[in-house]
Design a protein around this ligand. Structure first.
Ligand code: NAD
Length: 252
């Protein structure tokens, strides 16, 4: 189809897979990433397969970059149908060692970036008769390993931001949902210089009720579904894509 899709963090990992999945369906995909090498490589790959793609250097935590991303997309394609807020970073350190700048960095990319991209894209969706926003959260919004406070809090914030946006934008025909992936092995979706084979063990796979660790395609397919007509009654929801891990009781 002729949909225009922006994917933040579309250079590598899950975002790269989302970009290629939507391009395969005929969408025009805008890759917004801080990593020029990865973004350009992905853009060129899509063009080499006959697809239509545009890389725009973007740090989602910077307002001028987000404004530029939306301007360039509108100038090139004239509209925005779908925004996938996928860019995200993890946190270093522990609560005992972590400087506050690290808290700010993670919250600014993961949470502020998601809000800011939605804020700049929403008026164009409204004026074009509607759209779909998908925010990539994490099962870490609901459960934790030690020392993940900034990341978990940013993802919990994304869950709340999602229902808040869904209510604000619903009557403008903009649906807003989140996807919470569990463990997704992304090493096959890195830029070529970083590509390496995953070294997963049998135990890694079998601890999942689904019998395997997740793949970027699992998240990309969930995005396709949430953007489809079949999902037109779904807004403000969070879809967990984790092979059953967060509902598995682990007492021994
Ligand atoms: P990744 O590190 O492989 O890719 C992230 C991409 O985002 C990279 O291309 C990177 O350059 C880009 N990026 C980083 N900071 C940016 C910024 N400020 N502005 C624009 N782009 C930026 O990560 P991934 O594993 O593919 O994760 C993608 C999303 O999925 C993240 O939001 C992550 O939190 C979430 N997630 C991942 C997993 C997992 O197991 N891989 C699980 C749950 C949630």
């Amino acid at each position: 189809n002729d949909k225009v899709v922006i994917v933040t963090g579309g250079g590598q990992g899950i975002g790269r897979c989302i970009v290629q999945t939507f391009a395969d369906k005929g969408a025009k995909v805008v890759i917004a990433d801080i990593d020029d090498e990865a973004g350009i490589e992905n853009e060129e790959y899509i063009k080499s397969k006959g697809g239509d793609s545009l890389f725009v250097h973007t740090d989602v935590s910077l307002e001028k970059d987000v404004g530029n991303l939306v301007d360039k997309t509108i100038k090139t394609y004239g509209k925005i149908d779908i925004l996938i807020n996928n860019a995200g970073v993890g946190a270093r350190g522990t609560i005992y060692t972590r400087p506050m700048e690290e808290w700010d960095r993670v919250i600014n990319v993961n949470l502020r970036g998601t809000y800011m991209c939605s804020k700049y894209v929403a008026p164009h969706m409204r004026d074009n008769g509607g759209g779909v926003i998908i925010n990539i959260a994490s099962t870490r919004a609901f459960m934790s390993e030690p020392h993940t406070e900034p990341y978990s809090a940013s993802k919990g914030g994304i869950i709340a931001l999602t229902h808040s946006l869904a209510i604000s934008l619903g009557y403008d025909k903009i649906r807003v949902n989140s996807i919470s992936p569990g463990w997704i092995e992304v090493s096959e979706w890195k830029k070529s210089r970083e590509a390496k084979k995953p070294q997963l063990t049998e135990e890694d796979h079998l601890q999942h009720p689904a019998g395997r660790v997740g793949k970027p395609e699992d998240v990309a397919n969930a995005c396709l579904f949430l953007c489809s007509e079949e999902a037109s009654f779904i807004t403000g929801a969070n879809l967990i894509v984790d092979g059953g891990m967060t509902v598995k009781m682990i007492y021994v």
